[in-house]
Design a protein around this ligand. Structure first.
Ligand SMILES: [Zn+2]
Length: 470
């Protein structure tokens, strides 16, 4: 390590120590200081502290859950340094400063190439694995600027674009992540995961899906969950054959019984892996089945001890029972004879995954809206809400703009019995109290609170308040 990088590392380590002492100093400060002193070249040096290499996880939905599951798997075989919610290069550097290990696992959220510099991160972190969960339309406004889906998709793609070695792990059932993989097959190894089961999502798509190659509308012969399924296009683009797949799924004793078959390559040991085993996992939604399959594929592909795969998978599946979900994620609470589901659903795909949980009738929906300029997101939400057919909709502003929320409410009112609660996030306590009041007074057995909103300020607090007051 060069002298400059050594100094940068000492500065970063010191900052890490100070951050530990003080509260709320920002988790990315040590990385910021490290980069300020040493620059990007030192990040390249620092990233070598992970002996086998680093793994970056991105996608619109499921990033945090997948990262957590992957860490749970890899920890049984090797030493792992895990970092969640790292959305900037500073946060990644902070994670690398923390400890030396065999593998560094980093969740990396990307909105735009301008703010997330995904290609720079890839170049300097030099990952051995880039993992894609799923990609769909989300926040269209980033730092006051319009960020069209095309740009958002491009930014996600850039995270793996500079790779010359390693593996890209893609969801074969998601045409967007599959496309990213196909375009890189000439440079690196690509492992696809997907379902091959009898399930079918019969509710409509939350948004039309266009071919990532030619732009025409894609044809689906089967959909497993929203835009994930078996698809093809006239131009020749079609779903790739998954290397790791779920070949059987059924409910047994309130659990999912699944069979995972893999025919793939382990990057670390450079061996071909072929395995098949049955597991029982908790009764969670199909989106979490995908998250678990994604994490399993990454684990099978990157573990330094492939001989342990079967045993590690079995052990981890059992541990998922007490797996704690990230703060904004959807959770179900019981209140007398009512079922209340609460959690973020800030894009059509996520809202749809949340609404899977309610019985198909007698639903009260408490919907928190997107912001000004996010009409496309609202349209995706509306499609999902219309297919769920709630008896009553309570509309709250989810983000900044109250007038945008009112505009969205007026559209919803055209379809459902609705009411509007114009309380801003500045009065978050008032908003939470009002939501609790609506829940208590609801006439239906099933209530769902979902939509847009700040993760910790709204969702985490609402859930904790819910637990303590009801
Ligand atoms: Zn096409």
């Amino acid at each position: 390590m060069t002298f400059k990088c050594t100094i940068a590392r000492i500065a970063g380590k010191l900052a890490l120590f100070i951050v530990k002492l003080g509260k709320g100093m920002g988790r990315s400060f040590p990385g910021y200081l490290f980069l300020k002193v040493g620059g990007l070249d030192c990040l390249k040096e620092l990233s070598k502290r992970s002996k086998i290499g680093n793994i970056l996880i991105t996608g619109t939905n499921g990033k945090t859950t997948t990262t957590k599951m992957l860490c749970l798997l890899l920890k049984k075989d090797s030493s792992v340094s895990c970092n969640f919610d790292s959305n900037t290069i500073n946060a990644v550097a902070t994670g690398l400063l923390r400890k030396e290990s065999d593998l560094g696992v980093f969740e990396y959220g990307i909105r735009t190439s301008k703010y997330s510099i995904p290609d720079t991160v890839c170049e300097y972190v030099d990952p051995i694995g880039v993992i894609y969960t799923t990609i769909s339309r989300e926040h269209l406004m980033v730092a006051g600027e319009k960020n069209p889906f095309r740009e958002y998709f491009k930014a996600k793609r850039l995270l793996s674009a500079p790779m010359k070695k390693g593996v890209i792990i893609c969801n074969a059932d998601d045409p967007r992540t599959a496309y990213i993989g196909m375009e890189k097959e000439k440079d690196v190894q690509v492992a696809y995961y997907g379902l091959e089961v009898g399930l079918e999502d019969e509710t409509p798509l939350s948004a039309p899906v266009h071919c990532p190659r030619c732009g025409k509308k894609l044809e689906y012969s089967k959909r497993y969950l929203n835009h994930r399924g078996i698809y093809k296009c006239n131009c020749g683009f079609s779903r790739p054959e998954p290397n790791v797949k779920i070949t059987r799924i059924s409910k047994e004793d309130k659990k999912w019984k699944i069979e995972i078959a893999s025919e793939t390559y382990n990057y670390t040991s450079q061996k071909r892996i072929s395995s098949k085993f049955k597991l029982k996992v908790p009764n969670f939604g199909i989106h979490n089945i995908y998250n678990f399959l994604c994490a399993s594929t990454a684990y099978i592909t990157l573990t330094p001890n492939p001989e342990n795969i079967k045993e590690t998978m079995k052990k981890t599946a059992q541990e998922l029972e007490k797996f704690s979900l990230p703060p904004g994620r959807f959770e179900i609470f019981k209140l007398d004879d009512k079922t209340v589901g609460i959690g973020q659903g800030d894009n059509g795909d996520a809202l749809k995954a949340n609404l899977q949980f309610h019985p198909s009738h007698e639903l009260t929906l408490i919907y928190t809206t997107p912001d000004k300029g996010e009409d496309e997101i609202f349209q995706d939400h509306l499609r999902v809400i219309r297919s769920a057919q709630p008896m009553k909709v309570h509309v709250f502003p989810g983000r900044e703009s109250i007038s945008a929320a009112e505009k969205y409410y007026k559209i919803i009112k055209g379809y459902f019995d609705s009411s509007f609660h114009p309380i801003s996030n500045e009065h978050i306590d008032k908003k939470i109290d009002e939501i609790l009041k609506v829940i208590k007074e609801a006439s239906t057995k099933s209530i769902i609170v979902s939509g847009c909103g700040p993760e910790h300020l709204l969702w985490a607090r609402l859930k904790s308040k819910f637990e303590s007051t009801l």
